[in-house]
Design a protein around this ligand. Structure first.
Ligand SMILES: [Zn+2]
Length: 283
């Protein structure tokens, strides 16, 4: 749940760049519709600023105009690729394309936070475009608000991941493999509203299932890393993995998984056995 910094280009400027890339004969049409949407786009910015996106408005434009305007969005156009590059940079400016929701796959799709199907008005609003991985973007999302009119899902531009742990993992050896079973729990008292949003987002995007299935690959990855550092004793393994955990967010699924591995006696035994196998292969 990595926080991203939205770009501050106005929707007007951003759309202008996209329009200039379309066929010349269509440009006046797009520009005219864009002009009619100016107030609505300013209203989006106001709602973004006040964290009230669940209450964005619809325009009074005809469905013909809206259909036309919706075609302006193309994920591979230069302006959107540039946006992706800018927002996925981390605090020290390094491009990190890992999905900011799940932290597993690359963020190779663009999510329209306010769904483009229901609201084509915001299809190229730069603060409505969030790069996510396929798995997180796919099942999302026409959900905008809850029954009690709260913003339903996590927004990487607006939400800050809690520094209290809400993600946990049990591991058990099954068929000679440590199998993970992730779950979320609010035992550490994350703000209730924030936690409900996390719960809905995890459920909608099947995040726990993705963590469960990605974890065994991570176990093998760390075995190889440990072997390449010539680490074979239990004490060294624990100390090395503890350092790895310390460098990560408290709810990072890899950190939570590694912690579960090193606190399980049977998984630790498996790690040490595998390391000794790798050791003798490399000897
Ligand atoms: Zn994802």
């Amino acid at each position: 749940m990595r926080k991203l910094k939205a770009i501050d280009t106005s929707c007007e400027e951003f759309a202008k760049e996209i329009i200039s890339d379309t066929a010349e004969r269509l440009q006046p049409v797009y520009t005219a519709i864009q002009g009619k949407l100016k107030n609505l786009h300013d209203d989006y910015d106001d709602k973004f600023l006040h964290d009230n996106l669940q209450n964005v408005n619809k325009s009074g434009l005809s469905s013909g105009e809206l259909n036309r305007y919706g075609k302006l969005y193309k994920a591979d156009c230069e302006a959107i690729q540039k946006l992706k590059f800018q927002v996925l940079r981390n605090e020290i400016g390094i491009y990190d394309d890992v999905c900011p929701i799940c932290g597993i796959g690359p963020a190779n799709t663009i999510d329209h936070f306010v769904p483009e199907g229901d609201y084509p008005e915001y299809c190229v609003h730069p603060r409505n475009l969030i790069p996510l991985c396929n798995d997180c973007n796919g099942p999302k999302r026409t959900l905008l608000k809850t029954d009690t009119n709260e913003r339903a899902l996590w927004n990487n531009y607006l939400d800050e991941s809690p520094n209290r742990q809400f993600l946990f993992c049990d591991v058990a050896m099954i068929e000679d493999m440590p199998r993970a079973s992730f779950y979320i729990d609010n035992r550490n008292g994350v703000d209730k509203q924030v936690y409900s949003r996390i719960e809905r987002t995890f459920e909608r995007m099947h995040i726990l299932e993705h963590y469960n299935s990605s974890s065994s690959g991570k176990a093998y990855y760390y075995l190889k890393v440990l072997a390449s550092h010539e680490i074979y004793s239990e004490e060294e393994v624990v100390s090395w993995l503890r350092d790895e955990i310390t460098g990560k967010d408290v709810n990072d699924f890899v950190a939570v998984y590694l912690d579960a591995l090193i606190t399980s006696t049977e998984c630790m035994k498996w790690i040490l056995d595998k390391l000794s196998e790798l050791h003798s292969m490399m000897a």
